[in-house]
Design a protein around this ligand. Structure first.
Ligand code: ZN
Length: 90
């Protein structure tokens, strides 16, 4: 962890689908800021739902990495259970 990524706001549990979607926007903003890059992603952050409004998969995962120190953060959800989090680590 460095002074850049220690400011990342992690989420232990998404209470609602909106909280997850808001977190994806936050992740995208971190990448857009230039300080982070995607380590892996199942889809674009604005493509987690298809044109019918359905989740694209049962499990959706986005991992970002701090360009400065290499620390990873993982945002993962299990859509059919409605559980997920944004946490430090892979
Ligand atoms: Zn860092």
């Amino acid at each position: 962890m460095c002074e850049i990524c220690e400011k990342v706001k992690t989420v232990d549990f998404f209470p609602t689908a909106k909280a997850y979607l808001d977190c994806l926007k936050y992740i995208q903003s971190l990448v857009d800021s230039g300080s982070f890059q995607f380590e892996s992603k199942d889809c674009d952050t604005d493509k987690v739902k298809d044109e019918n409004g359905c989740w694209i998969d049962d499990v959706i995962c986005h991992v970002i990495k701090c360009k400065n120190c290499g620390q990873c953060f993982t945002c993962g959800v299990v859509t059919y259970r409605g559980s997920g989090s944004f946490r430090k680590g892979k």
